[in-house]
Design a protein around this ligand. Structure first.
Ligand code: FAD
Length: 488
C-alpha cells in the first residue's frame, strides 16, 4: 500500500467500537481504495465549565473501553492516539503535525458537546480540512421522525408507531479488516497518566467485579441475552430481584455497541425462534425510549436543566442536605430505595424499576429538585447518558414529555412488595436486613420487636428508621404541586 496520501483523522468519542462505526468504515474504505493512512484519535476534553463531561463512574468505564479499543486498533494496524485539551486546538495541531486532509467522526449528544463540535467544524473548515460527522448512535437521525404536522413528538406511543413505519434502519457494517498507519508514528499520551481510574481511595472494586467494558463484552452480552433471557423480558424486566434485562446500557452509552446492531440482531433472533418474538418486541420498544429521549434532546437542548413543563420552574422545592445525603448513601430507612442507591454506589448501575422508585422518593417524598438526582446519577452511573438521564428524570418528576403525572406518587413499601416480593433484591444490597422475614423486609420499622431481635436488626443503629413518613410526605408533595397546578 502507498502511504504518501494525506491521512484521515478518525475522532472517536461516544462510539468506541470498530463494527458499525460509520466514520471508521468511511476511513477504512479510503484505506482499502488507495492506501490513505488512517489516524484514530481520542481527545480527553478538559472544559471545567461543562457539567456533562464524564462523571466518576463513566471515567472508570472509559479507561477500560479505551484500553480495549486501543488494542483492537493496534491489531488493525493503526494505533489509537490519545491527546488532551480543547478538541479544536488538539485537532488543529494534529492536522499540522500529520498533514491530515479530513476529520471523520460520529455525532454525539448534548448541547455543550454539539456546541464544541460546531466550533471544531468551523476552525478546521477554515483551514481547508473537511469535517464529516456521521450517525452511529441512533437508529434514525433526530428530526427525521415527526408528526404529520411536522412537529416533534411529545408522546412516546405515536413516536414509536411512526418509527416502526420508517424503512428498516441500515444494516450494521462489519469491523474493517485493516488500516494503513501514517508514514510517521504520531505521539500519544499514556492512558494510565490520565488518571481515569480512582486510586485514593479506590472505590471501583464493585465496578471491576461487575463489568467488562469494551466492544467484545458488549457483543457477547447481546448474544447471551438474545439466546434466551429475551423470551421472558416483557414480564421479567420489572423484577430487580431477577436480573431480567439486557444490561447493555453502559455499552450503549459508550457506543461499544450501536442500536442498529441490537435492532437487527433482535429481529433476526425473533425470526429464527418464534418464542422470542414478544420479548424481542418489548426489548426493542425500550430501545425506542432511548431514541425518543435523544430525538427530544436535539429539539430541546435545555432538557438537562430546565423542566419541559414551564410550571415546574416555580415548584416550591426544598433544600435539605441531610436528606439528600441519606438518599445518596442508601440510608433513607426505606429498604427498596436504599437497596437501589447502594446497587448504584457499588456497581454503577441500577435496575430501571428501582430508578423510578428512588427518583419518585427524592422528588416527591423529599421534595428535592430532580436536577439533584440527575447530577448524582450522572456521577455514579456507568451508563450515564445525557438524553436518557434528563428525559427520565423529567419523566419521573412529572414535568417531562409523556411524563407520569406529578400526583402519581410511588409508595416505596408497595413498590417493594410488588416488584421484589421475597425481598431478595433488598437482601443483596442491604445485608443488615438479610435475616428479616419477607413479610417485614420492606417495612422493618413496623416489624414486632421479637422479629427484629431475631433478625439481628437494631433500628437506628444497624438500619435507620424512615427519614420521612411516606403518607405525610405524599400529602406535602400534593400540596406543593397544588401551588403550581393552575399557574403558567
Ligand atoms: P434494558 O431493559 O435491557 O433495555 C435495553 C436498552 O433500552 C437500554 O440499555 C437502554 O438503552 C434503553 N432503555 C431501557 N429503558 C429505558 C428508559 N426508561 N429510557 C430510555 N432508554 C431506555 N438509561 C441510560 O442509558 N442512561 C441514563 O443515564 C439513565 N438514567 C435514568 C434515570 C432515571 C431516573 C430513570 C428512571 C431511568 C434512567 N435510564 C437511563 C433508563 C433505564 O433505567 C436504563 O436505560 C436501563 O435500566 C438500562 O438497563 P438495561 O440495559 O438492562 O435495559
Amino acid at each position: 500500500m502507498k502511504t504518501d496520501q494525506a491521512p484521515i483523522l478518525v475522532w472517536f468519542r461516544t462510539d468506541l467500537r470498530l463494527a458499525d462505526n460509520p466514520a471508521l468504515t468511511a476511513a477504512a474504505t479510503a484505506t482499502a481504495q488507495d492506501g490513505t493512512p488512517v489516524i484514530p484519535v481520542y481527545i480527553r476534553e478538559e472544559d471545567g465549565g461543562d457539567p456533562w463531561l464524564p462523571g466518576g463512574a463513566s471515567r472508570w468505564w472509559l479507561h477500560g473501553s479505551l484500553e480495549r479499543l486501543g488494542k483492537a486498533l493496534e491489531t488493525l494496524g493503526s494505533p489509537l492516539v490519545l491527546r488532551s485539551g480543547d478538541p479544536a486546538t488538539v485537532l488543529e495541531s494534529l492536522v499540522e503535525e500529520t498533514g491530515a486532509q479530513a476529520v471523520l467522526c460520529n455525532r454525539r449528544a448534548g448541547p455543550s458537546a454539539i456546541a464544541r463540535d460546531r466550533r471544531v467544524g468551523k476552525r478546521l473548515t477554515a483551514r481547508g480540512v473537511t469535517v464529516h460527522p456521521h450517525n452511529a448512535a441512533l437508529l434514525y437521525e433526530p428530526g427525521t421522525i415527526r408528526t404529520k404536522s411536522d412537529t416533534p413528538f411529545r408522546v412516546f406511543t405515536p413516536f414509536w408507531k411512526a418509527l416502526l413505519s420508517m424503512p428498516e434502519p441500515p444494516r450494521p457494517t462489519r469491523a474493517p479488516s485493516g488500516l494503513t498507519p501514517p508514514a510517521k508514528p504520531v505521539s500519544s499520551e499514556s492512558l494510565k497518566d490520565w488518571g481515569l481510574r480512582p486510586t485514593a481511595p479506590d472505590w471501583a472494586g464493585g465496578l471491576r467485579a461487575r463489568w467488562t467494558p469494551g466492544e467484545e463484552a458488549a457483543r457477547e452480552r447481546l448474544a447471551e441475552f438474545l439466546d434466551g433471557p429475551v423470551a421472558v423480558y416483557a414480564t421479567e424486566r420489572d423484577r430487580p430481584d431477577h436480573d431480567g434485562t439486557s444490561t447493555l446500557s453502559p455499552h450503549l452509552a459508550f457506543g461499544e455497541i450501536g442500536p442498529r446492531q441490537i435492532w437487527h440482531a433482535a429481529r433476526h433472533a425473533a425470526a429464527q425462534r418464534h418464542e422470542l418474538a414478544s420479548g424481542a418486541e418489548a426489548f426493542l420498544r425500550e430501545l425506542g425510549w432511548r431514541e425518543f429521549n435523544h430525538h427530544m434532546l436535539r429539539e430541546e437542548p435545555d432538557l438537562p436543566d430546565t423542566p419541559l413543563d414551564a410550571r415546574f420552574v416555580h415548584f416550591p422545592w426544598r433544600k435539605d442536605e441531610s436528606a439528600l445525603h441519606a438518599w445518596q448513601r442508601g440510608r433513607t430507612g426505606y429498604p427498596i430505595v436504599d437497596a437501589g442507591m447502594r446497587q448504584l454506589w457499588r456497581t454503577g448501575w441500577m435496575h430501571n424499576r428501582v430508578r423510578m422508585i428512588v427518583g419518585s422518593f427524592l422528588i416527591k417524598d423529599l421534595l428535592i429538585p430532580w436536577q439533584e438526582g440527575e447530577a448524582w446519577f450522572w456521577d455514579t452511573l456507568v451508563d450515564a447518558d445525557i438524553a436518557n438521564n434528563a428525559g427520565n428524570w423529567q419523566w419521573v418528576a412529572g414535568c417531562g414529555a409523556d411524563a407520569a403525572p406529578f400526583f402519581r406518587v410511588f409508595n416505596p413499601i408497595l413498590q417493594g412488595e410488588k416488584f421484589d416480593p421475597e425481598g431478595d433484591y433488598v437482601r443483596r444490597f442491604v445485608p443488615e436486613l438479610a435475616k428479616l422475614p419477607s413479610r417485614w423486609i420492606h417495612k422493618p420499622w413496623q416489624a414486632p420487636d421479637g422479629v427484629l431481635r431475631e433478625a439481628g436488626v437494631r433500628l437506628d443503629r444497624d438500619y435507620p428508621r424512615p427519614i420521612v413518613d411516606h403518607g405525610a410526605a405524599r400529602d406535602r408533595a400534593l400540596a406543593a404541586f397544588g401551588h403550581i397546578k393552575t399557574s403558567g
